[in-house]
Design a protein around this ligand. Structure first.
Ligand SMILES: Cc1cc2nc3c(=O)[nH]c(=O)nc-3n(C[C@H](O)[C@H](O)[C@H](O)COP(=O)(O)OP(=O)(O)OC[C@H]3O[C@@H](n4cnc5c(N)ncnc54)[C@H](O)[C@@H]3O)c2cc1C
Length: 391
């Protein structure tokens, strides 16, 4: 199979009018994905003079290439998260993502971002997964969080073992969401086409070296997700590839809600116009699906095709793409100060779930920077790893 990389289904964000970067700023944000524009939102609240530098164009990274699921919790289901992080932390993380979702809804629902709180399905692909999802439902209910196990959910593909309904989840168009948040920022605060080469604390400020230009800032926040360690080698966020495909409009409704299955390694949704998005299958080639090359591969795409044919036999594939996610060592984001670098901060490492965390994680980072309020320990960039590597 020869794979043609057509790029994501969302289309590119519109290029912004050219802007000159200023020689100095209160804060420089590096990276123009969902995290970068979320940071601008919070920085504006504190009336700080911020400039965002993006090496390509807004939403050029994972924020262009994702499925647009706005989910509660981490990639692991709630029972797995409780086992991994303990009950208190799992509950706090879940509530943090619910709050993130509410903030997204408040900012994005009225702005043509395709945002909808439609709920999602976590589909059990085996008896073992079904048992864990039933346990997840039980634990969520005990913690006064919402989920409903359904043994025979109507119209949910591949749900022979049952599925967990998550009423608080939703969807959006990720590129439109980034554009909407960018539109809320002062026009001159976003500069595209500037790649930062180095960040260096100097005399109580931070020097940002971007080759042709140099900026001196009071503080710098890296919103570079998978590329963070290239700039800040001390931050443990590693690049992991994920792949998707999309089809032409399919006349039958095969997914009324976003669905997530097989421990998160399969996911799909159907857009309002009938187009199907199918992603995942990273577990088929887990050692290959790492690094910075955002190119689809035959191995994973063949498995995506096979999954597609179970959902909609004969649907024509129009798009195939890959993107690079930033994985942390324990599956939780890292937000806060960069050890050993005064006035340098990081916000990223969402391990495949950035839409669910970014807006609130950006808020926690800015509050730390401005008010000195520490992020929750499980989010803090300086925490020791809470568990072993996520898959
Ligand atoms: C196929 C796929 C499906 C996914 N599906 C979902 C989903 O359904 N739901 C969900 O919540 N998450 C999903 N994710 C993960 C989600 O896309 C990410 O967590 C999220 O987009 C991260 O946003 P970000 O702004 O932190 O990083 P990015 O969007 O990657 O932005 C980082 C930006 O930094 C820029 N940059 C990097 N280095 C420099 C530098 N030196 N100088 C200047 N700019 C620089 C890059 O160009 C990039 O634009 C998916 C990811 C992929 C790949």
């Amino acid at each position: 199979m020869t794979v043609v990389d057509t790029g994501p289904v969302w289309g590119r964000s519109r290029r912004r009018p050219p802007t000159q970067a200023p020689p100095s700023a209160d804060v420089v944000v590096i990276g123009g994905g969902i995290t970068g524009v979320s940071l601008l939102h919070w920085l504006q609240r504190y009336r700080l003079r911020a400039v965002l530098l993006e090496r390509d164009h807004l939403a050029a990274g994972a924020s262009l290439r994702n499925a647009g699921f706005l989910l509660a919790g981490t990639a692991a289901n709630y029972a797995a998260a409780v086992a991994q992080y303990g009950r208190d932390v799992a509950g706090e993380v879940w509530c943090f993502t619910l709050e993130n979702h509410s903030r997204c809804a408040a900012l994005l629902a009225s702005r043509r971002t395709g945002y909808r709180r439609c709920g999602s399905w976590t589909v059990a692909a085996s008896g073992e997964e079904a048992a864990q999802l039933r346990e997840a439902e039980q634990l969520l209910r005990e913690d006064r969080l919402r989920a409903e196990w359904q043994q025979h959910p109507a119209g949910v593909a591949g749900a022979g073992h049952g599925a967990l309904f998550n009423p608080d989840d939703g969807v959006l168009d990720p590129v439109a969401a980034v554009a909407a948040l960018a539109d809320l920022a002062p026009a001159a605060s976003i500069v595209e086409g500037i790649a930062v080469r180095a960040v260096e604390p100097s005399g109580g400020r931070v020097r940002v070296d971007a080759g042709s230009i140099e900026i001196t800032a009071g503080a710098v926040i890296a919103a570079t997700n998978a590329a963070t360690a290239q700039l800040l080698p001390g931050v443990a966020i590693r690049p992991v590839r994920a792949q998707m495909l999309a089809t032409a409009p399919w006349p039958h409704r095969v997914a009324s809600r976003p669905a997530y299955a097989h421990w998160g390694f399969r996911y799909w949704r159907q857009l309002d116009d009938g187009r199907l998005l199918v992603g995942g299958q990273r577990d088929r080639a887990v050692d290959d699906e790492v690094g910075h090359q955002a190119v689809p591969t035959a191995t994973v795409q063949e498995h995506l095709d096979a999954h597609l044919s179970e959902l909609a036999t004969g649907a024509a594939v129009t798009h195939r793409w890959a993107g690079i996610m930033g994985f942390s060592d324990d599956g939780l984001p890292r937000a806060g100060a960069v050890p050993g670098m005064a006035n340098v901060y990081v916000c990223g490492g969402y391990t495949g779930h950035g839409l669910g965390f970014a807006l609130s994680a950006a808020g926690a980072t800015v509050r730390l920077m401005v008010e000195g309020r520490a992020p929750p320990p499980w989010l803090d960039s300086r925490r020791p790893s809470l568990t072993s590597q996520p898959r």
